[in-house]
Ligand binder design. Structure first.
Ligand code: ZN
Length: 175
């Protein structure tokens, strides 16, 4: 079942998400619904706060380099109670957008590589190193769990130019 998204201006997008204590049937259903929502929106990732649930869960489906200069779509990955560590000092800048902030994008610099420890949908803990786009999507989604949005990470001049559009989104999507 596709879930409605919440948008910029909604206070839940600025809240720190709560840890998942137990992966219940309801949590599994939520994850399935988040997956369908993400795929329906053609997104690279989705975090639980974006569907109005303040829980430490996100899903990614980041493109992966195919080794021939192109990209292939990765199968979705579920991260429950994720902890990020060991970001590389080396960063790279790329344009980012967010389904909760329609039609806007801005340049975000993020570490090239990050280590993630999280639980999968069966509660099994894993630790894995991610590089490039998968790492970027993970960091974007993990930001959502901390109430942080990509617009907090873009250059000041870009943010300034966005203020009007942001005000409009706030009004239009939060009646
Ligand atoms: Zn987002």
């Amino acid at each position: 079942m596709k879930l409605p998204l919440i948008y910029y201006g909604h206070s839940l997008l600025r809240k720190k998400a709560q840890p998942v204590v137990e992966i219940t049937k309801e949590i599994k259903k939520l994850i399935q619904d988040m997956l369908e929502t993400m795929q329906g929106l053609d997104g690279l990732g989705i975090a639980a706060p974006q569907v109005g649930k303040s829980l430490a869960i996100f899903i990614t489906a980041a493109p992966v380099e195919d080794g021939k200069g192109g990209f292939t779509q990765a199968s979705p990955r579920v991260f429950i109670n994720p902890k990020l560590s060991n970001p590389t000092e080396q960063g790279w800048e790329h344009s980012e957008a967010c389904k909760s902030i329609p039609k806007l994008s801005g340049d975000v610099t993020r570490p090239v590589q990050i280590t993630v420890t999280a639980q999968d949908i069966n509660g099994k803990e894993f630790t894995e190193v991610f590089t490039g786009w998968p790492a970027r999507v993970i960091m974007h989604e993990n930001d959502h769990l901390n109430g942080v949005l990509f617009i907090d990470r873009i250059p000041q001049d870009q943010r300034k130019k966005m203020e009007n559009a942001l005000r409009k989104i706030k009004k239009q999507y939060n009646p």
